[in-house]
Design a protein around this ligand. Structure first.
Ligand SMILES: C[S@@+](CC[C@H](N)C(=O)[O-])C[C@H]1O[C@@H](n2cnc3c(N)ncnc32)[C@H](O)[C@@H]1O
Length: 247
């Protein structure tokens, strides 16, 4: 069941860098990856070297692949503490949060479009399904929480469509816990590419795929447009989050 809102207009303060945008990570746009091709594969392999995300507005963020491969960091304890029932970790990567949720006693399932991510999550002893979040998933409408960490609000390049999809996944009293940008930059939508450099200097780039960023202010508009409301925004360490309620 797909609820993509591809033609959605950007809101006030948005920077819309859609199909006609130029500059940034080049013109090779992999539309098959727009909704979740395995574009993070090189970073998930955690090969030695550097991994980063190039955005089409020129921003470049290092990808914290060692964090993804390690145990859940302290900031995630605040996220786990908010969970009081079955939780779906969307874009779970190697599954450190899925595992932390299970260890906290919750039924937790990771979802990832990358076969490698699913294998790594299962190897840790957590449960994961190899699916695109926009395709049918187990227990739709019955999850107590859906989690979007580590920039995963960018998945699909349209936060309203992604949050609306998450709204479908939770039950009427469920929540969506989402990691956000600190207040200021608003909503940005455009393209991104995963870049990797091996220790011997070889540079690799994924195809370009749709991506987005959302801050703690713009989340109010995006949540409202997707049938959710912001229950609370909170910071943990230097990271920012919001809990969005369905009811
Ligand atoms: C920025 S990384 C986040 C890593 C992760 N949260 C972790 O703890 O390792 C984005 C993750 O989302 C996955 N992903 C991207 N598009 C997806 C989609 N449409 N459905 C499900 N997972 C997706 C990627 O394969 C990748 O593992």
């Amino acid at each position: 069941m797909t609820v993509r809102a591809a033609g959605q207009a950007a809101g006030p303060g948005d920077t819309e860098a859609g199909a006609g945008s130029t500059g940034g990570p080049g013109d090779h746009r992999d539309e098959s990856a727009a909704t979740g091709g395995d574009v993070f594969a090189a970073a998930l392999a955690a090969r030695p070297g550097g991994h980063w995300l190039d955005h089409s507005d020129g921003r470049c963020d290092p990808l914290p692949v060692h964090r993804w491969q390690g145990p859940a960091e302290p900031a995630l304890a605040d996220v786990v503490a908010r969970c009081a029932g079955p939780a779906l970790d969307v874009g779970c990567g190697p599954g450190r949060l899925t595992l932390a949720l299970s260890r906290a006693g919750h039924a937790a399932v990771g979802v990832d479009v990358s076969a490698r991510a699913v294998r790594l999550t299962r190897a840790r002893g957590a449960v994961a399904v190899h699916q695109d979040v926009f395709t049918p998933l187990p227990a739709e409408g019955r999850w107590a929480h859906v989690l979007l960490m580590d920039g995963n609000i960018g998945i699909g390049g349209d936060p309203v469509a992604l949050l609306a999809r998450c709204r479908q996944l939770v039950h009427a009293r469920g929540t969506v816990v989402v990691e956000l940008e600190p207040p200021g930059p608003g909503l940005w939508r455009g393209y991104a590419q995963v870049g990797s450099r091996s220790p011997d200097g070889e540079l690799r780039r994924s195809g370009a795929f749709r991506w987005a960023r959302l801050d703690t202010v713009a989340v109010h508009v995006a949540a409202g447009a997707s049938g959710l409301r912001v229950r609370e925004t909170f910071a943990a360490g230097r990271r920012w989050f919001a809990e969005l309620a369905a009811g």
